[in-house]
Design a protein around this ligand. Sequence first.
Ligand SMILES: Cc1cc2nc3c(=O)[nH]c(=O)nc-3n(C[C@H](O)[C@H](O)[C@H](O)COP(=O)(O)OP(=O)(O)OC[C@H]3O[C@@H](n4cnc5c(N)ncnc54)[C@H](O)[C@@H]3O)c2cc1C
Length: 490
Amino acid sequence: MIQRAGIVGAGIAGIAAAIRLANKGYQVDVYEANSYPGGKLSQITYQGYRFDAGPSLFTLPKLVEELFMLSGEQVQDHFEYIQLPVNCHYFYEDGTFLKAYADRHDFLREISQKTSEDPETVNAALDSSANIYETLSDLFMKRSLHRWQTFMNPKALRAYGKLHRLDFFRTMHQANKQRFTDERVVQLFNRYATYNGSNPYETPATMNIIPHLEFNIGAYFPTKGMYSITQSLVELAKRLGVTFHFGAKVEEISTHEQGVQGIKVNGAIQPYALVVSNMDVVNTYRKLLSYVKPPTRLLTQPKSSSALIFYWGVEQTFEQLDLHNIFFSRNYQQEFEHIFQKKSIYHDPTVYVNITSKYKPDDAPPDCENWFTMINVPNNSGQDWDQLIDQARQAIIDKVSRNLGVDLSDKIVCEDILDPRTIESRTSSSQGALYGNSSNNRYAAFLRHANFSRKIKGLYFCGGSVHPGGGIPLSLLSAKIAVDQIPAVA
Ligand SMILES: Cc1cc2nc3c(=O)[nH]c(=O)nc-3n(C[C@H](O)[C@H](O)[C@H](O)COP(=O)(O)OP(=O)(O)OC[C@H]3O[C@@H](n4cnc5c(N)ncnc54)[C@H](O)[C@@H]3O)c2cc1C
């Protein structure tokens, strides 16, 4: 018997859920409000430049590969990526320039040459990051936290013996400050809190798991750009028979006797006994399930930070810059106080510049570069964004110009902007947050929505706003956890 599944949203998790459900024998329809797939993981092109619109750092590529393997295909026939030799170029206002080499030995040498830190301390920090990952990943990232089986299996029982290693009770900053003596190294390691939109001065030191992904497993670049992750998975889904409906905004998930009955699109109900929502969970309840009592405590958890991005066509090439570049703020603590407490933008923000034309030259015209220039900003709570954007634009230009010894304002030939309001309106992300809930307290992992509904049979959730969290790898895992709960078609 044909069994149909409807998916709300073609974000990366929605696409991954479609692939997994098709592999389980379902006939899958994906409804996407935009005219293109990918949600945050999309691209923009203009005046000879191409930019990945959102994510720029690719980690855990095996999670993408897994989808091809599951479908009986060879990943290299459809999707190519390379490991970066250098993870990031770091610029500090005191003039320090540091390359975060992917090779541990080279990175430790760089640390000993450019900072006063003992490289052995950095070596130990990276080992400790690996330990946290080994202990936590199976328990918290790859399984539902909302099934008792997760906590009562041999792997979980082994992990309980190592829980003391997880550093739940200090903040990331406290741990890094106690470990390192050089402030620049503290700042470099504190930066990893931003990988899930959190505050290093609040998030538990357990988040020191994140450097492991970049330094020990590796940072990667898809040779056709980040958007090729979306494109190659959409093509894979289509080969499996998945149908995508673009410009199809779902208006309601309809239910009957505590079970899913269908979804309403363009005024008509499409019947489905199985629906997976990849729409932000807050808005799924607010807009698609407005007649259901929402799980208010979970939905009102503080959201992660958002971002302000200037997509700049730059008429010059810069040898000092690489694919990923960071120009650090002089005062990181003040910067995060502005983002999370004052809900504003610090006058000296840390600037991230991503230049894909370094690895994919056709992303910019000859002798030019495509600068994805981003700062972390608060999520949207009705700030005067136009004014904040004007001020931030000038601060960024001044900062980068100062660090590179150029007048950047002369070099910018075209510009597009993405801010928390447009992130919210283009992806339905609550408050324009990049990663759903923030991880600014030690219970955050337990306060994300499950990947299934206990009240409505046949309703499942995936994406960065539910368990296990935001970012491409966790969003892909959310799709796996959701579909793992669903039986294959007999
Ligand atoms: C600027 C930026 C930088 C980032 N940097 C990184 C990074 O470097 N590395 C990393 O791993 N992650 C990064 N992230 C986070 C990452 O992009 C997200 O966590 C991930 O892409 C979320 O995927 P998702 O599946 O949850 O869906 P989303 O991308 O949020 O997509 C949801 C989709 O659902 C659609 N939708 C919503 N409502 C409806 C409806 N009613 N009907 C139909 N369709 C609907 C939306 O249009 C959208 O396409 C970044 C995000 C941003 C914005």
